[in-house]
Design a binder for this molecule. Structure first.
Ligand SMILES: Nc1ncnc2c1ncn2[C@@H]1O[C@H](COP(=O)(O)OP(=O)(O)OP(=O)(O)O)[C@@H](O)[C@H]1O
Ligand SMILES: [Mg+2]
Length: 378
């Protein structure tokens, strides 16, 4: 080794050491700024901050850090503040892997992990894929495990696309009936002439047909409640009692139309939906409510509380985000400019996550998939 080589290596090492130190420092400062810290007041030294501690920096692309969380905090706190911390480390997002016992491995991502599209796998799968999170993990559930769902988002934010993917995946399972009320008439149109259609109403021209569908669903629920075996508190899904997934697309438009035609009918429909939300889950019914904005006048607090799964695609303001995700403090602001197909997702047993919904293709692909899946049932 020449003296020059030795000198280069040494300066590289020094540069690397200094770069790692600057990353630790930037991480610490960003944690304080984002509130992932503990303020310690002392009479002499004033206020000082304790932050999660970086114990190792692995240089490279991507940059990785091993972090010990503060006592009493969990890596999820870091994940929630990821988009506030990442820019100060030269990235756009953090991927936080919880290694247990208060340790996390933090990867600094230089591009949005939710950019690009998530193709819906063509083959039948065990579960229903609802989206992929920033850590690259799929949110996938058995259809029977689905909670009631509420989905909000501005026009062109990706609600329908997400519903199409959900519906097509449900149809891959035996013993699933897709019911619903669809003011635009577009979402459920591919079901025309199938066995599902008797549980559906499309368009706003005939308000009585819309109400009749909900009355029939409630009657089915009551019959199932009556048929419940004495030794069970949940009715198992079977050919006789299929899983009934009711899609209420553009729910506010539906209520507005009913209220305008006959306020009493609007009231009756609200009551039917409230009963379905409150009582139908254990007998194999699932509700999926879609709206541009989940306003309190449309979906009351009681109804919202029944919906364990809540998704917000792009909405107009942080306040709209909070209608469905009261814990979205840090993520709410950035979400008003989310790209189509990206949603904030609250799900039973999971922390609030940003996900990308699956993409099946356009409306044509959806219509073709419904036709293919329901041909046997026609
Ligand atoms: N998950 C996704 N992946 C890729 N592109 C998407 C995704 N979701 C939506 N898009 C794109 O955004 C467009 C608008 O989405 P979509 O029609 O689902 O919006 P919407 O919320 O239903 O709007 P509206 O309220 O007007 O019905 C789609 O045509 C598609 O090009
Ligand atoms: Mg739509």
């Amino acid at each position: 080794m020449t003296l020059l080589d030795w000198h280069h290596r040494r300066t590289d090492r020094v540069a690397n050491y200094e770069f790692a130190a600057s990353m630790r420092w930037a991480f610490r400062q960003a944690c304080i700024g984002a509130g992932v810290c503990l303020a310690v007041d002392s009479p002499i030294a004033g206020t000082s901050f304790r932050t999660p501690e970086v114990t190792n920096v692995e240089l490279g692309t991507p940059l990785r850090m091993t972090v010990r969380m503060l006592e009493g905090t969990v890596p999820a706190a870091l994940a929630r503040a990821g988009h506030l911390i990442a820019p100060h480390l030269g990235g756009v997002a953090l991927r936080v892997a919880d290694r247990g016992f208060g340790w996390a491995v933090v990867t600094v991502l230089t591009s949005d992990p939710l950019a690009g599209s998530l193709e819906l796998p063509p083959s039948p799968r065990a579960g229903v894929l609802l989206g992929r999170d920033e850590g690259g993990e799929n949110l996938e559930v058995d259809p029977v495990e689905l909670p009631h769902l509420i989905v909000q988002g501005q026009t062109r934010s990706g609600k329908s696309t997400w519903l199409y993917a959900l519906i097509v995946q449900l149809l891959r399972h035996l013993n699933v009936v897709v019911a619903g009320v669809d003011p635009s008439g577009i979402t459920l149109r591919p079901f025309t002439g199938t066995a599902h259609a008797r549980w559906q109403a499309s368009g706003l021209a005939d308000p009585h047909a819309l109400e009749a569908v909900l009355v029939a669903l409630v009657a089915d629920m009551d019959a199932r409640l009556a048929a419940m075996p004495l030794d069970r508190d949940i009715l198992p899904i079977s050919a006789e009692h299929p899983l009934v997934v009711t899609i209420l697309d553009e729910y506010p438009a539906l209520l507005r139309a009913l209220d305008a035609a006959d306020p009493k009918q609007g009231k009756r429909v609200r009551a039917l939906v409230a009963r379905l939300l409150a009582e139908s889950h254990k007998v194999g019914h699932r509700m999926v409510i879609a709206a541009q904005r989940a306003e309190a006048s449309i979906v009351g607090a009681a109804e919202r509380a029944q919906c364990g799964g809540r998704l917000s695609f792009r909405v107009d303001s942080a306040d709209s985000v909070k209608l469905l995700h009261s814990d979205a403090e840090l993520l709410a602001g950035g979400h008003t400019s989310a790209r189509p197909g990206i949603a904030l997702c609250s799900w039973p047993g999971r922390p609030l996550t940003r996900i990308r919904g699956p993409y099946l293709g356009g409306y044509g692909a959806y219509a073709a998939a419904v036709t293919a899946a329901t041909r046997g049932a026609a």
